[in-house]
Design a protein around this ligand. Structure first.
Ligand code: ADP
Ligand code: MG
Length: 476
């Protein structure tokens, strides 16, 4: 390779980095090498098939354009997979190796990048595609429906009952709720019921498993096999999407999501926040996620908690027939233990353990002692600035980053002022500190916002009421 070529290549890489940004560049192009330039064709190599396919389908024209900006006579880019064999064996047949690396997709950028399925069997990938482990107890039968989850449960049922070839009613189905409110339960119920019906394969993956499967696929160069297998499933269920991290993972997630939805496959997602608050995802993914049915499950009400406890005791009795919890004890737990379903389970487990170990019947006194630390604190909640921003953003249908941004359009300015006002009145933070937390603003800006809202609530009943509601939500 002549130095002239390598110099040119460095400049092309620089241009590419500027155009796509550091993150994208290091995810996809950092390991791309120049192999040769012949007759207007630039041959570039990458270490994995996956990278090759990804770059071909997403960045082919960019790469070509960057080359053409540098060397006008470049007409074509050819991308090959560097085979490790090429470097280590003494006497390889370079041409043949190159062809093998590039062969299954075609030597040219073809704008789609999907090769035919590969017969690679990799336990990591297959395990990842086998889905995350399911808990046999988390079914529709054991899921108690109440005011806070009626819609989510109905939508989940609908998805689980869907038949192959049915039109998909809402896609994706996106369920969000705080911790312990039944997301995983509902998602696994869909998986059990859907697979029992046998019509469509339902695959349940935690976001971590998705990342793990993807990352290991990248390493073993079987990302295409991974994708092919993903395409074989009817319903993809992804739990805890908020844990999806890393630029390239997210890009792959976006790709998978689009591919599945466009092919009419159902996607179900659970997360601890609504799509517009998944700050690390880019706008297109967020809007795609928001484009289906977004359902929130709110805190478990007292009635629902009591029902859940009853179902749990019933289930426990099948293994421990002597276990009995009198209704007043159940009511006490339902009333005092936090909204979180996991704590309810924890409370019952302690009663069960205690009665097994001591042989004593469960009484109210014993329950009070055993679950003391699970009891909801009564003192008023400390309000955090993040919570204020989250709640205000949701109320006014803007994103949290809008609130922190320097945008000055009316639909952002007012919510921002409200949020600053609430931060001043509900927390002990100083004006400069609040300014810092709102995208590095000056304390005078915060003061202005506070005065502005104070002035407005005196005359504007609707705004005053809105602010009351926000305060109540935050202090609940
Ligand atoms: P999340 O995934 O939202 O954090 P989980 O689905 O793990 O919450 O639920 C926590 C616990 O509460 C589980 O034991 C679950 O079975 C129980 N639970 C939550 N909601 C319900 C419900 N509606 N009916 C029955 N059990 C529930
Ligand atoms: Mg969960």
């Amino acid at each position: 390779m002549s130095n002239v070529n390598q110099d040119g290549w460095s400049k092309v890489k620089e241009r590419l980095r500027v155009e796509v940004g550091d993150d994208v560049y290091s995810s996809w192009f950092a390991r791309m090498d120049l192999e040769a330039i012949e007759d207007g064709t630039v041959r570039l190599s990458v270490p994995t098939r996956f990278l090759k396919s990804w770059i071909q389908s997403h960045y082919a024209e960019r790469v070509l354009a960057c080359w053409q900006a540098q060397e006008a006579n470049v007409g074509r880019i050819e991308l090959i997979v560097r085979s490790a064999v090429l470097k280590t064996t003494v006497q390889p047949k370079p041409k043949a190796e190159l062809m093998a690396g590039a062969g299954d997709i075609g030597n040219r950028f073809n704008g789609n990048g999907h090769g035919r399925p590969m017969a690679v069997s990799d336990p990591g990938v297959h395990e990842a595609l086998g889905g995350s482990p399911l808990d046999a107890r988390l079914t529709f039968e054991s899921f108690v429906v109440g005011r806070s989850n009626t819609l989510a449960q109905a939508a989940a049922r609908q998805v689980a009952n869907g038949l192959r070839g049915d039109p998909v009613m809402f896609n994706p189905l996106y369920i969000h709720a705080g911790v312990g409110l039944g997301k995983t339960h509902l998602l696994q119920a869909i998986t059990w019921a859907g697979n029992a019906a046998g019509e469509r394969k339902v695959l349940y993956l935690t976001a971590e498993k998705f990342m793990y499967g993807f990352v290991s696929a990248l390493r073993t160069q079987t990302a295409l096999a991974f994708k092919e297998a993903l395409r074989g499933i009817g319903v993809l269920v992804i739990d805890d999407l908020q844990f999806l991290q890393g630029k390239s993972t997210q890009a792959e997630f976006c790709h998978t999501l689009n591919a599945l939805i466009d092919a009419g496959r159902q996607v179900v997602i659970a997360s601890d926040r609504p799509p517009n608050e998944l700050e690390s995802l880019d706008d297109r993914v967020r809007s795609r996620l928001a484009g289906g049915l977004v359902v929130e499950m709110s805190g478990l009400g007292e009635e629902l908690r009591l029902e859940i406890l009853k179902v749990r005791v019933q289930a426990a009795r099948s293994h421990h027939p002597s276990f009995d919890v009198p209704l007043p004890v159940l009511s006490y737990i339902a009333k005092t233990v936090t909204h979180n379903g996991r704590d309810l389970e924890g409370a019952l487990n302690r009663l069960l353990a205690h009665s097994k170990l001591t042989g004593h019947a469960v009484t109210l006194e014993m329950a009070e002692r055993e679950v003391r630390d699970l009891i909801r604190p009564q003192e008023p909640k400390r309000v955090k600035i993040e919570d204020i921003q989250r709640v205000v953003a949701r109320q006014y249908n803007v994103s949290r980053s809008d609130l922190l941004s320097s945008r000055r359009t009316a639909n952002v300015v007012r919510p921002r002022q409200v949020a600053m006002y609430l931060a001043k009145t509900l927390t002990l933070r100083s004006l400069p500190e609040i300014g810092r937390r709102f995208g590095g603003r000056d304390h005078t800006t915060v003061l202005h916002a506070v005065r502005k809202i104070e002035g407005l609530v005196g005359n504007d009943m609707a705004l005053a009421e809105e602010i009351e509601i926000l305060k109540r939500q935050l202090q609940e």
